[in-house]
Design a protein around this ligand. Structure first.
Ligand SMILES: Nc1nc2c(c(=O)[nH]1)N[C@H]1C(S)=C(S)[C@@H](COP(=O)(O)O)O[C@H]1N2
Ligand SMILES: [Mo]
Length: 196
């Protein structure tokens, strides 16, 4: 299994401005965990791609496994150090679909109705994975079972839990929190908390 240690973990400015360390992942979501039956679960890749793809849970398990160790920064000012995730790297998506040149950003779609947008240059980064395990165990329901995105270099609201779809978009359109004033990018080192 490939191991990635997010480069943010070794930066001298490791703790972004206005954040404090906590040793716990606080649970934050808009509606609580949805009920998921893995037999029926499907992961869809669509939008600005040549041919959309639909994966089953077995398909996801057959993708190359990676382990990511990364700090997790929530916009509500807590940061949790060295969280251990296992899943598949976002580059696996490039092997499954041909992304059109018109694609500029992705929208993550979640089973609780949540959405969040990530520009392509942040999405296809060395430390971005779709995770199905946390600290050596299957993702707990509260933390995004069965699958979630992890984007260590952006605030945690971009790390969509309960994900069922990735939509490639021709512009960086706002998701759930972004429509309510959160920043369209969300870089913690630039304190991109709000869009105003
Ligand atoms: N589907 C979904 N994903 C979500 C959210 C949500 O409400 N729904 N909340 C986000 C926010 S604001 C944060 S801080 C993190 C929290 O992750 P955790 O509950 O695993 O700590 O999940 C993010 N992903
Ligand atoms: Mo958050």
């Amino acid at each position: 299994m490939k191991r990635i240690i997010s480069p943010i973990n070794s930066r001298p400015d490791r703790l972004p401005p206005g954040q404090h360390w906590t040793n716990k992942l606080h649970i934050l979501d808009i509606a609580g965990p949805p009920f998921v039956n893995l037999e029926d679960y499907r992961f869809k890749i669509f939008g600005e791609v040549e041919e959309p793809v639909v994966l089953t849970w077995d398909d996801i398990q057959s993708l190359e496994k990676v382990e990511l160790i990364a700090d997790f920064h929530c916009v509500t000012r807590w940061s949790c150090p060295e969280v251990r995730w296992i899943g598949f790297h976002v580059n696996e998506i490039k092997k499954l679909v041909k992304i059109k040149d018109t694609a500029k950003a992705v929208m993550l779609h979640s089973l609780d109705g949540y959405t969040t947008n990530v520009p392509l240059e942040y999405f296809f980064d060395e430390d971005v994975i779709f995770a199905y395990m946390l600290n050596g165990k299957p993702l707990p329901a509260d933390h995004g079972y069965p699958l979630r995105l992890i984007v260590p270099k952006l605030y945690a609201w971009k790390s969509a839990k309960f994900v069922y779809g990735v939509e490639f978009m021709d512009e960086n359109r706002p998701g759930f929190w972004e429509q309510r004033g959160y920043h369209l990018i969300g870089d913690p080192w630039k304190e991109e908390r709000y869009s105003y």
